[in-house]
Design a protein. Structure first.
Length: 86
């Protein structure tokens, strides 16, 4: 049971780091019904049940601010910054 708790804690920590990394970055959301939308990740609630997105580009047009339900999201992608230190 302790190993399971450690695993859950590690997954939660990684998830929270990904949320912090995504803040104010362009994110591609893959939704159910084979829909893809693009927007700027702003924040999410504690659970997280909803994600606040700015300048959401949808097939129907652009929405200034929108709440996406996490139950509608299959995955999201954030581009990593390029490392120019070579």
């Amino acid at each position: 049971m302790e190993k399971e708790q450690e695993t859950r804690a590690l997954l939660r920590k990684k998830f929270l780091k990904s949320i912090l990394f995504a803040k104010d970055k362009e994110v591609v959301f893959n939704l159910h019904e084979n829909t893809t939308v693009l927007g700027k990740f702003k924040s999410c609630d504690y659970d997280p049940v909803q994600i606040l997105v700015a300048d959401l580009q949808t097939p129907s047009g652009t929405i200034n601010e929108a709440l996406l339900r996490t139950s509608d999201i299959i995955s999201y992608t954030v581009d990593l910054p390029k490392d120019n230190t070579t």
